[in-house]
Design a protein around this ligand. Structure first.
Ligand code: NAD
Ligand code: GLY
Length: 363
């Protein structure tokens, strides 16, 4: 069992990573929160796979458990569905001293986390992430949100979990597409922060595709370690936390343009990371060799990289990004493999050129 602490003073919490953890969820949560009433939030698919195991473990450790299910999919990550969970919390008698537990991928975690942030001005919550993406990224760091029709995650809060329980065994049931989508965020960590992680991914890409447990545990632990470090330095994204968004300005625009149905988040981040890498290369930062290594890794892992038509339209969506400051797009770009830079001086023409190049790329 691997453990990490996200160091945030009185809001510090542990991330626990291991196989077969769900049956111990109740015990882990009881020893850390001391709360006895729980609203377990999930979706029908995840609940059918793991809900009873978690609920049973909670009940076995003295918790009174109510459940609330939201429909499956990014297009339901909205305020209307959050309100339904709040209605359920009210009718189940969830109190300020109760606990909300999110069991699922990033969509369930983000929405349940937002409910926890606003219900009765904030109740404690625990993340039990069941996708690779949620285990390496969304369950850690306290960003909770739902989408607005004008843009991604526009309604949100910072609300740190009390605990993150990442059971790597749950990844065996993920669809190939959702598994690959998580790898989009994993590669982002290597590109932005950690040349050793990037080399590890290059070397172990076959084991990663086979979902080998020891390799996955190493990768999840490293990604959580990197994210924890960034979040501990800048919890509310005043400065360095923006680095976690490498590839996301392109990615969020792609997600929005596809009405949150065409691309999964990690796929869009993968495509965005490719565009950011091409742009960096065009700007004279990332070398040709490094660019080739990045493109090859995406290809070896089978992630989508080619952009759809109409980069000018994607650019218009990019202008709704939350990272805009004084009307300027702030882009996180790889400077080398393992380091990033932030640029707010890149012309529209250069950004569109990078997307055009990504559109015509063939391996
Ligand atoms: P998701 O939550 O939609 O899960 C993907 C699919 O996998 C869903 O159909 C889900 O039901 C299914 N699923 C979940 N666990 C499963 C399992 N163990 N076995 C089988 N199927 C399973 O998508 P995601 O990729 O986990 O998360 C994407 C979301 O995360 C986006 O909304 C994104 O904005 C958000 N996100 C948030 C942060 C953050 O810091 N808060 C960071 C990155 C991404
Ligand atoms: N995924 C971006 C962040 O957590 O800041």
């Amino acid at each position: 069992m691997a453990k990490l602490t996200v160091d945030l003073g009185e809001r510090s919490y542990e991330i626990i990573i291991a196989a077969d953890l769900l049956g111990k969820a109740g015990e882990l949560i009881a020893s850390r929160t001391g709360i006895n009433k729980v609203l377990l939030v999930s979706n029908p698919l995840v609940f059918s796979l793991y809900g009873e195991k978690v609920a049973g473990s909670l009940r076995g450790n003295g918790f009174e458990v109510a459940t609330a299910l939201m429909p499956d999919g990014e297009s339901y990550k909205n305020i209307k569905e959050a309100m339904k969970i709040i209605d359920r919390a009210v009718s189940c008698g969830i109190e300020r001293s109760s606990l909300i537990v999110a069991l699922g991928g990033g969509v369930v975690g983000d929405l349940a986390g937002l409910v926890a942030a606003i219900y009765q001005r904030g109740v404690r919550f625990v993340q039990i992430p069941t996708t690779l993406l949620a285990q390496v990224d969304s369950s850690v760091g306290g960003k909770v949100a739902v989408n607005h029709r004008r843009g991604k995650n526009l309604i949100g809060a910072f609300h740190q979990p009390a605990l993150v329980v990442a059971d790597t065994s749950t990844l065996t049931t993920l669809s190939p597409r959702d598994y690959l989508s998580g790898l989009g965020e994993v590669i982002k960590y290597g590109v932005a922060f950690d040349a050793d992680l990037f080399s590890y991914l290059e070397k172990h890409h076959q084991q990663i595709l086979k979902r080998e447990e020891t390799v996955l545990e190493h990768v999840i632990l490293r990604c959580c370690g990197l994210k924890s470090m960034v979040v501990a330095k800048d919890e509310r994204e005043d400065n360095v936390r923006i680095s976690l968004n490498l590839g996301h300005t392109f990615g969020h625009a792609l997600e929005k343009m596809g009405n949150y149905r065409e691309y999964c988040h990690g796929e869009a981040v993968a495509m965005g990371t490719v565009a950011a890498s091409l742009l960096s290369n065009h700007l004279g930062m990332l070398s040709d060799d490094e660019l080739e290594r990045i493109l090859k890794l995406f290809d070896h892992l089978g992630l989508p990289t080619a952009f759809p038509e109409n980069p000018a339209a994607i650019y218009r969506y990019m202008l709704h990004d939350k990272k805009i400051q004084a009307g300027k797009l702030r882009l996180v770009l790889p400077a080398t493999i393992g380091s990033y830079t932030i640029r707010d001086d890149v012309s529209r023409a250069m950004i569109i050129r990078a997307m055009e190049t990504a559109r015509h790329m063939r391996f």
